[in-house]
Write a protein of this length. Structure first.
Length: 308
């Protein structure tokens, strides 16, 4: 996109970034996003660093476009993770689920561009003090692991924009050209897609999960573990997650012990299917390129039609 500073910073054509979802955000999906002009991100939250090394190697075979890696600090405790990423020649990193000071200095000293994921104003201020190059500002309507005191994108984006002029990626509630236009009006430079990418044709998850997203209404997510041990999270409503919503248990992370049975086996009750509220707006499984093409076309149409 001409004139978009984040596109210029990252060397991409479209200001659209794919969320770094554990086990999902690997070369099959991430390369499709990069090849379509956005920025694919490889996850590390699965903790499977040997597999991740292979996925990065596959990315270089599948695309010659830029891509990045996420470090989810709460889930990746390998002290050599930064050396690993630098050694793989990665140029863009998002850090999340932890202190932005932990890795920012070392990554930037090696010449990498670093964004940190923040759920509130305090987190944004801390990340800026750590010296990050930009922020992924994550509203509570998004899927996945959240802050228990969630704030919607419509409130959080302009609040964070009011205290910094650094690039912002809007996450949570982002889906289409209309939400991109709204995010830009609220202060963002790009959008991040999570649930839309889980349901994309190139997503490696089982069809049962994709079909559940397509069938979901806007009210068919639950916000779990708001006051429990470990992170809060937003997920699709199933029998399991409805039970957990009404009867919170101990450590919510224990529910991911059989995650792969859900992710790739299709057993929707085996674990927790993370999803944002935008599931209620997704009505089909589409190829990544078609999704990004439609976003850009609708964005142009929406912006052109706005009253002056």
């Amino acid at each position: 996109m001409k004139g978009n500073r984040l596109c210029a910073m990252l060397g991409i054509d479209r200001p659209i970034i794919q969320a770094p979802m554990g086990w999902i955000a690997r070369s099959q999906l991430a390369s499709a996003v990069s090849n379509a002009g956005g920025l694919g991100i490889i996850e590390t939250s699965s903790g499977e660093l040997d597999a991740i090394r292979g996925e990065i190697a596959k990315m270089r075979q599948l695309t010659d476009k830029p891509f990045g890696v996420n470090v989810a600090q709460a889930f990746v405790r390998d002290p050599d993770i930064v050396k690993f990423i630098i050694g793989e020649g990665v140029r863009f990193v998002t850090t999340s689920a932890g202190d932005p000071n932990r890795f920012c200095g070392e990554l930037k000293a090696a010449g990498l561009t670093v964004f940190h994921v923040v759920p509130n104003l305090a987190g944004a201020l801390k990340a800026l003090e750590a010296g990050v190059d930009g922020l992924v500002v994550e509203g509570g309507e998004g899927g996945g692991f959240k802050n228990g005191r969630d704030v919607s994108s419509f409130v959080l984006l302009p609040l964070v924009r009011s205290i910094t002029d650094k690039p912002i990626v809007a996450a949570g509630g982002m889906l289409c050209g209309r939400t991109m236009a709204a995010a830009f009006a609220l202060g963002a430079d790009a959008i991040q897609l999570g649930t839309r990418m889980v349901s994309a044709e190139e997503s490696p998850v089982h069809a049962n999960w994709k079909n559940a997203i397509v069938a979901a209404r806007e009210t068919d997510t639950v916000f779990l573990n708001r006051h429990g041990r470990g992170p809060a999270l937003r997920a699709l409503r199933t029998e399991k997650t409805t039970r957990l919503e009404l009867e919170p248990g101990g450590n919510i992370m224990a529910e991911f012990g059989h995650a792969l049975d859900l992710y790739f086996g299709g057993d929707m009750e085996a674990s927790i299917a993370l999803s944002g509220q935008v599931a209620g707006r997704i009505d089909s499984v589409r190829p990544v390129k078609a999704i990004l093409d439609e976003i850009m076309a609708e964005y142009a149409e929406v912006v052109a039609g706005l009253p002056r």
